[in-house]
Design a protein around this ligand. Structure first.
Ligand SMILES: Cc1ncc(COP(=O)(O)O)c(C=O)c1O
Length: 443
């Protein structure tokens, strides 16, 4: 049977296992919906990426994009692996610090950083702040001046590259809120303004062109343009020695997804980023990759239980069968946000053929389709345990409490006994910040 056993999913007898643990047993023990994260798969993905990137260019830094998954336990594994972290808010910065990152391994992003966020980053002494717009330069300069600090910064460029991916995760084109345009001269204006700022030291340029990319084509174009831009300034400014190529490499959400091999990917990007420096006879820059999804995506699954099985007539004849699981939009908004496609497995019937089409929906008051045409065993019933694969990225970190559902627990496997890294939220906790005005008048 051709199941999509991605990451450490495996069939052992009648059981579906993940990180060596029976998924049904995890569901019984910890309840559903449940995020499960395999530390071993994560460590292996990190090591693979580090090896590939460093063999393409030894002077390469890898930073996990915390937005993909900022659970402190997961960031602390990244910390142990020796990679850096990129954060895009004060909350993510706090998560990185709680995970044990020293600030010389933290890069700060964000297209609309508040003064408070910039101030915290400067006070903490982060390795680099990636500036996104003109006004940020002046605000950061005055914060640094006030604190008597010189801050290393990079400038995020919009290199005018349009990747093949969903428009909502495409960020390298000219028409984007991220970074400063190379094509209209604003990137030059930003660079000159940073170079003139007394307390900012420009160490390089950055771009992130998009996500869930199946090959390096768009990033090669982005890295090449960023590097060509950098060379124009690096000739006269020794401090400019780093090219940030962002993240973006995709994962296998479905059997049809066939992302490029990471060795080839890193080599092609390194060639593009280094070429202009080689051509100009300048010292080769540091390359910084910021993978998110590629490092954590396949290391996570979500476990649900089927609450309702229902068949309905469809226009034009025939029937559709819905399976409503005990999660959905609030623990995984990606299908609604940008038509993300996932694969499901039935852990209760893993040895039965997954050959019947179902629409897997959530429990929320929206048409929250999780998977439009999932292939599962025909006998899939209420009470069965369903696994959605590849949910380690942008699921827990994007979760909400829509319909006042508490967020699921996060369990770590593949690291000794399964353990609870994030407790399931309680109903009580949903109300911890709420007040009602007293109806009793004080006399
Ligand atoms: C600046 C930046 N770096 C890295 C990433 C990580 O992207 P991915 O998870 O696709 O690797 C993102 C994603 O939005 C990003 O905005």
């Amino acid at each position: 049977m051709d199941l999509h056993l991605v990451g450490s999913l495996s069939v052992s007898g009648q059981a579906l296992t993940f990180g060596g643990e029976s998924v049904e047993a995890l569901a019984d023990r910890f309840g559903t919906p449940l995020y499960v994260f395999d530390a071993t798969t994560f460590r292996t993905s990190v090591q693979e990426f580090v090896d590939a990137a460093k063999s393409a260019h030894s002077d390469t830094r890898i930073a996990l994009a915390a937005k993909a998954n900022s659970a402190v336990a997961i960031l602390s594994i990244a910390e142990e692996c020796g990679i850096d972290v990129d954060v895009a808010s004060e909350g993510e910065l706090e998560a990185a610090l709680r995970a044990g990152f020293t600030t010389d391994r933290v890069h700060v992003h964000g297209n609309n950083k508040s003064d408070a966020e910039l101030e915290r980053a400067v006070r903490e002494g982060v390795r680099a702040i990636v500036i996104d717009c003109l006004s940020e330069i002046d605000r950061l300069q005055s914060i640094c001046h006030r604190h008597g600090r010189v801050q290393d910064v990079m400038l995020r460029l919009a290199p005018g590259v349009d990747p093949v991916t969903h428009h909502a995760i495409s960020t390298g084109q000219d028409d984007t809120k991220f970074g400063m345009n190379v094509s209209d001269g604003s990137a030059d204006e930003g660079t000159q303004r940073i170079l003139a700022a007394e307390d900012l030291r420009l160490i390089g340029f950055h771009c992130h062109v998009g996500s869930q990319l199946m090959d390096s084509e768009a990033q090669v174009a982005g890295a090449q343009r960023v590097s060509e831009f950098a060379v124009r300034y690096a000739r006269d400014h020794d401090s400019i020695h780093e090219i940030g190529v962002g993240g973006g490499l995709g994962i296998r959400y479905t059997k049809d997804d066939d992302p490029e091999d990471v060795v080839k990917y890193c080599q092609e990007i390194a060639d593009a980023a280094l070429g202009p420096f080689r051509g100009a006879g300048l010292p080769l820059p540091t390359i910084c990759h910021e993978p998110g999804r590629r490092l954590v995506g396949e290391a996570g699954i979500t476990v649900y239980r089927v609450g309702v099985r229902k068949s309905v007539p469809i226009i034009g004849g025939g029937q559709r069968t819905y399976l409503s699981v005990d999660g959905g939009l609030a623990d995984n908004p990606r299908p609604q946000l940008y038509d993300a496609v996932y694969t499901a497995l039935n852990a209760s019937r893993i040895s039965e053929p997954h050959d019947t089409e179902f629409r897997v929906s959530g429990r929320h008051c929206e048409t929250d389709t999780l998977i439009d045409a999932a292939k599962l065993p025909g006998a899939t019933s209420e009470g069965d345990t369903i696994v959605v694969t590849c949910t380690g990225a942008y699921n827990q970190s994007m979760a909400s409490n829509y319909n006042r559902y508490p967020r699921p627990a996060l369990i770590i496997v593949g690291d000794g006994e399964p353990w609870v890294a994030v407790e399931r939220e309680s109903i009580e906790e949903l109300f911890r910040n709420e007040r009602v005005r007293s109806r009793v008048k004080s006399s």
